[in-house]
Write a protein that binds this ligand. Structure first.
Ligand code: CTP
Ligand code: CA
Length: 228
């Protein structure tokens, strides 16, 4: 696409997008993580850039292509992601939390590779600590920033997603039915429900993640979006 031909609705606006599943180390060769291809975050970043925004990606995915006009910062864990976001937050207009943040991290991560012989009873116990809720924390601290969260659900989509919108004090939640027809995680396409704190409730039918993202931004930026 030609950036020059696109409506520059986000001109002069700073957008930070998180993408990918966070990586929580067990030891130097093992980790726990979440399913996420990172593609929805990259598409949201690309779409924001298309509309003229100054975009920074905070990503756990080092192998995805980053458009030349988008700055990428790489992190692994949820705590690192939160630290990076905190550096940008006061000077940011929109935060898009597309990352699949691990809800837990390993408490006593080992600096050395854990030997499998270590456990005598054929088991290994890992103590997990709850990670900070990055979006909820930003929701408490926000001034004029617009917060856009994602919710992947396998049931009660709109109920759970609106619950997250409220609890995290987000402005928007993009809800994804991941029980659905093999779409979501690894697919190039997606179908979402856009829920706004202003009462907006709009479905975006199946299309490429970039086209879904362009539509999401249009809904968010439209001063008279349809509500029902
Ligand atoms: N999120 C976050 N920090 C976390 C967990 C989630 O910022 N520790 C963000 C995600 O990036 C997403 C939104 O919160 O934008 C919803 O994430 P989700 O995992 O669906 O919600 P949870 O509150 O973790 O609830 P649960 O996993 O129990 O459904
Ligand atoms: Ca979660």
């Amino acid at each position: 696409y030609m950036r020059h031909n696109s409506p520059q609705w986000l001109e002069g606006q700073k957008v930070v997008v998180t993408a990918g599943g966070t990586v929580e180390r067990i030891d130097p060769v093992r980790y726990i993580s979440n399913d996420s291809s990172g593609q929805m975050g990259y598409a949201m970043a690309r779409a924001a850039s298309f509309y003229g925004a100054d975009v920074t990606l905070i990503s756990t995915k080092r192998d995805l292509k980053v458009p030349h006009n988008i700055t990428a910062v790489y992190v692994d864990s949820a705590v690192e992601m939160q630290q990076k976001l905190n550096k940008y937050f006061s000077d940011t207009n929109y935060v898009v939390m597309a990352a699949a943040v691990s809800d837990y991290r390993v408490l006593n991560r080992s600096d050395q590779k854990i030997k499998k012989e270590a456990g005598s009873d054929n088991s290994l116990q890992l103590d997990l600590a709850v990670n900070p809720d990055i979006l909820a924390t930003l929701g408490k601290e926000k001034k004029n920033q617009v917060l856009i969260g994602f919710a992947a659900e396998t049931e009660n989509l709109s109920e759970y997603a609106s619950g997250k919108l409220r609890k995290k004090n987000a402005n928007w939640i993009i809800a994804n039915d991941v029980s659905n027809k093999g779409i979501g995680f690894n697919s190039t396409h997606n179908e979402v429900l856009v829920i706004g704190a202003d009462g907006t409730y709009e479905e975006i039918s199946m299309r490429s993640k970039l086209n879904v993202s362009l539509k999401i931004w249009r809904i968010i930026l439209d001063p008279n979006h349809t509500t029902n």
